[in-house]
Design a binder for this molecule. Structure first.
Ligand SMILES: Cc1cc2nc3c(=O)[nH]c(=O)nc-3n(C[C@H](O)[C@H](O)[C@H](O)COP(=O)(O)OP(=O)(O)OC[C@H]3O[C@@H](n4cnc5c(N)ncnc54)[C@H](O)[C@@H]3O)c2cc1C
Ligand code: SF4
Ligand code: SF4
Length: 414
């Protein structure tokens, strides 16, 4: 029998049925901290108890975000479009992260790297890995697109006496790690961030593949691409493509954890260096060096990289009023011919490059803000950071016309 999503439409708290997670807040992305010796610190550390992005940014950069792109992308000193001259086979994109993590170990800059490997016998089930060798790093290449409790490895870090550590992680893992950083007693902590949104548990990831793919059992790699479609690569080499507009959202609504729908750090703003693809043309990677150390990490990779200028095209603001209306009431799926036309227009006339990144990030900010306001109104002041209100200001009138209020109205930041 086909497994269904682990919660129903619009239900709250995906994972409360999992006994391992008992005693955690209703919102939990299973970052792993609560599996470690730092569990007693959860209330002071967890971003779903209190989002501390603003104070951590003050600590890291000595300032708030500037108006404009920093409100969406976080604070950065260099933004670049790059890729490996010689891509790493089997990597998610061109293998920048794998190469950098391996280099940090090769050069002795760190003693170990926290990564996400694959549970043996599966293709996508995540397995937190504390890599001590280049071979162990390489074995972790590629996405395991599911929640992975990587910070649970902080026990092993402490027991092994590791003093210089690198971590590759999602935004929630990185915020918790930054907040716990002082207690780790490390000489060095290098944080390489991946952008992340709409993550899912492993059973729900399997449900997603079963729902979306014509041959779910043979998918070995997939990515949500900047051309408004999902590309799935199969073991026999063929590629399947599903337009976003064709996703059966009625079936998929329930798969996203409440935590991921209450998350406001898509671009992983508290990392030293973010490596993703969102703001890049197809085939390229989007890189944001944030801290001084992040710039040094990028320099370590530079000899292996080619780059092209940052680019941007299209106008995201045109589609936003319709998107806001859709947040209030999901429209019926249009007929196939209309969907084909929309997919064509999105691909050829839609936002591209940085404008694509702005579009997707703003949409997720608006969607997640609306979710928190509806489902966890008592938490809004604690878990919605200020940049959400700043970044969504241009849409205040459209939002008010649909929802009768503007984001942040009446909320005193706690
Ligand atoms: C769940 C998820 C969602 C993502 N969403 C976006 C997005 O919307 N936009 C965007 O620009 N980029 C996104 N990324 C990042 C992007 O897909 C690539 O991972 C990134 O660009 C690095 O590519 P690469 O070839 O350099 O990585 P590789 O060299 O292949 O290395 C991939 C690294 O990702 C780490 N990793 C794999 N799975 C996980 C996991 N579940 N949790 C934490 N770390 C993991 C591994 O440790 C490995 O080091 C997402 C990644 C994940 C895991
Ligand atoms: S998100 Fe992390 S810190 Fe927060 S409750 Fe879950 S495991 Fe603990
Ligand atoms: S969407 Fe946010 S909360 Fe969910 S795994 Fe990604 S960074 Fe964590």
């Amino acid at each position: 029998m086909e497994q269904g999503p682990s919660k129903g439409l619009h239900d709250v708290s995906l994972m409360s049925h999992d006994r391992r997670l008992s005693g955690r807040p209703r919102l939990c992305s299973d970052c792993g901290l609560c599996d470690s010796w730092l569990r007693p610190q959860m209330a002071d550390t967890c971003l779903f108890v209190r989002n501390r992005m603003e104070e951590i940014e003050q600590r890291l950069h000595g300032r708030r975000r500037n108006p404009g792109d920093e409100m969406r992308f976080g604070i950065y000193r260099e933004q670049a479009i790059m890729r490996m001259r010689r891509p790493v086979a089997g990597a998610q994109w061109t293998g920048m992260i794998t190469t950098l993590a391996a280099r940090l170990l090769e050069r002795g800059e760190v003693e170990a790297v926290i990564l996400t490997g694959t549970n043996p016998g599966t293709i996508f089930e995540p397995l937190p890995v504390l890599a001590r060798t280049v071979e162990e790093v390489r074995a972790c290449k590629g996405n395991k697109p599911c929640l992975s409790p990587n910070l649970g490895l902080l026990d092993q870090v402490r027991e092994s006496g590791i003093r210089r550590l690198a971590v590759v992680g999602t935004g929630c893992q990185v915020q918790v790690l930054r907040q716990a950083q002082e207690q780790l007693g490390l000489e060095r902590l290098d944080i390489i961030g991946i952008p992340c949104s709409d993550n899912v548990t492993y059973p729900d990831q399997q449900f997603f593949l079963n729902t979306i793919s014509s041959s779910p059992g043979t998918v070995i790699h997939y990515e949500f691409m900047q051309d408004f479609s999902l590309w799935l690569h199969h073991e026999d080499g063929h590629r399947e493509r599903v337009n976003y507009i064709d996703f059966p959202m009625d079936k998929l609504q329930g798969i996203f954890p409440s935590a991921c729908l209450s998350c406001f750090d898509y671009p992983n703003a508290l990392s030293d260096l973010t490596i993703g693809y969102l703001g890049a043309p197809l085939g390229w990677q989007w890189v944001l060096a944030r801290t001084e150390r992040g710039a040094q990490l990028l320099d370590l990779l530079r000899p292996d990289l080619e780059s092209r200028p940052v680019s941007s095209a299209g106008d995201r603001t045109r589609g936003m009023p319709r998107f806001i209306q859709m947040l209030a009431k999901r429209p019926a799926k249009p007929p196939k011919l209309i969907r084909q036309m929309i997919a064509f227009l999105q691909r050829h006339r839609g936002p591209r490059g940085l404008e694509f990144a702005r579009t997707i990030i703003e949409m997720k900010l608006l969607r997640n803000y609306t979710y928190v306001h509806d489902k966890f109104p008592q938490l809004e002041a604690k878990i919605v950071p200020y940049h959400v209100y700043e970044a969504t200001k241009p849409y205040a009138a459209e939002y008010a016309a649909t929802f009768g209020r503007v984001p942040g109205e009446g909320v005193e930041q706690a």
